[in-house]
Design a protein around this ligand. Structure first.
Ligand code: SIN
Length: 448
């Protein structure tokens, strides 16, 4: 069913978008920070007033349940509220030179300049506000390339920002059936000074290369392969609840979704049994039906990938504890799935599944658990479940990831720095750190 027909941007549109971003940049960066903050605050209010409409649109365009979409609208809007408050806290410093005399260092921060923001389909609103919020707060103009699968939420968001007072030329959305057709010309223009990308590691690598000739600054939020560690001293009620959240938020279509469940051998059977009960009880159905917890996956390709990884694990000896097959009827449904006794060489432990599948495997001691959790090129997030305070900190520090959830399956929080290490990328979004990505540090050497 056609929801809406959307313009298909071409190279010339990309060039025009760069020209308007460049033309608007200086005046925009000169706007009083309070004024920029108030635009974000107003946009937060409008999103909150229209939360139901925004959620419905998101469910219609990408399938997730209304419950998930409503949670995303709140999450997305909170980035605007957070950065409305950060806009007025861009500070600098003034210091005497160590050698004394009249030497002083004055350090200030300035907007990076026009930015290209590339957003993914899995969180069509929140991944936009997480980039647009700090860019507005810092005084950068923006060209946004929304995902081909879900452009409508971003177009709606741009209209809200205009209504909230964002001046013309500050933000242009370029929906396109060909990312390279618009991204290429934008990055080839050296007046564009930054790229922020959320998406796969594979695409991230090519974008890093594209930024090299002009040395544009980059923030890269890339893939994950999160380990979820359950120790023998964990509270299993908390661990199972956390597992359902870490796995099933957004149907598992999230880079922070738990991808590998590493459970101490002594509690593995009980954990698997209880997780199986919870996963089997989740109601699957069309996202627009009230009470549905699990909607369809975004498209056939995504469902095929999930099914392929489950079949590979099964062939190698994994046991399907629940699910393990497509859902009924039309729509790209895949049953919430728990796999037990997953062997270490199963592809699902090494590749991001991006779907509702929880592969469980066991470990014998803490060192083994940490080594296995770190045995991946990715480093976005890890989850640790234990009642031991020292163990929580020790393991939290030992995981080579940008984020760790301790006795919680949800780390995402507009007030905290989201981001990874290793092949999960670099740069942080949200928190006090989020705005730094859009500011250049300038030092003025003074002689009194
Ligand atoms: C993502 O999956 O790309 C981001 C998830 C989040 O912000 O929680």
């Amino acid at each position: 069913r056609t929801l809406r027909t959307v313009a298909d941007a071409r190279g010339a549109d990309a060039e025009a978008a760069v020209s308007s971003a460049v033309a608007a940049q200086d005046a925009w960066a000169d706007t009083p920070p309070r004024q920029r903050g108030e635009i974000l605050r107003r946009a937060w209010e409008l999103m909150t007033e229209r939360a139901d409409d925004l959620a419905l649109l998101m469910t219609l365009e990408m399938g997730k349940s209304l419950t998930e979409s409503r949670a995303e609208v709140t999450y997305a809007a909170e980035f605007f509220r957070w950065f409305s408050e950060e806009a007025v806290r861009i500070d600098g410093r003034y210091a005497r030179n160590p050698a004394g005399g009249g030497g002083r260092a004055l350090v200030t921060r300035q907007a990076v300049g026009p930015c290209l923001l590339i957003t993914p389909w899995n969180f069509p609103l929140a991944m936009g506000t997480r980039k647009i919020g700090p860019a507005v707060a810092a005084g950068c103009t923006m060209i946004v390339k929304p995902p081909q699968l879900t452009p409508l939420s971003m177009l709606n968001l741009a209209a809200i920002l205009a209504e909230a007072g964002l001046p013309d030329g500050v933000l242009t959305v370029l929906p396109s059936t060909s990312a390279s057709r618009v991204v290429g010309p934008v990055l080839a223009d050296r007046r564009v000074r930054k790229l922020s990308f959320t998406g796969s590691t594979e695409v991230g690598r090519t974008l890093v290369e594209q930024c090299a000739p002009n040395l544009q600054r980059m923030s890269m939020e890339l893939g994950g392969n999160a380990a979820f560690l359950v120790f023998d001293d964990a509270d299993l009620d908390v661990a199972v609840r956390g597992a359902v959240t870490a796995k099933m938020r957004n149907n598992g279509e999230s880079c922070v979704a738990a991808n590998r469940f590493l459970v101490h051998r002594s509690v593995a059977d009980e954990f698997t049994e209880r997780l199986t009960e919870e996963m089997a009880a989740l109601r699957m159905g069309h996202g627009t039906e009230e009470g549905v917890a699990v909607g369809p996956l975004v498209n056939a390709g995504q469902r095929d990938t999930v099914s392929e990884l489950v079949n590979d694990a099964r062939k190698r000896g994994a046991r399907v504890s629940t699910g393990g097959e497509n859902g009924p009827g039309d729509g790209y449904f895949y049953h919430p799935t728990v796999l037990a006794d997953v062997p270490h060489d199963a592809r699902i432990l090494h590749e991001e599944v991006f779907g509702p599948v929880a592969p469980v495997t066991t470990f014998d001691d803490e060192a083994d658990a940490v080594a296995r959790a770190n045995d991946t090129e990715f480093g976005l997030v890890g989850y640790v479940f234990t009642t031991g305070f020292s163990r929580a900190l020790r393991v939290g520090e030992a995981l080579r990831t940008g984020m760790v959830g301790v006795n919680t399956g949800l780390v995402s929080n507009p007030a905290a720095p989201f981001g990874g290490v290793k092949a999960s990328g670099f740069g942080r979004e949200g928190g006090h750190e989020g705005i730094d990505e859009y500011l250049d540090t300038k030092y003025l050497a003074l002689s009194l």
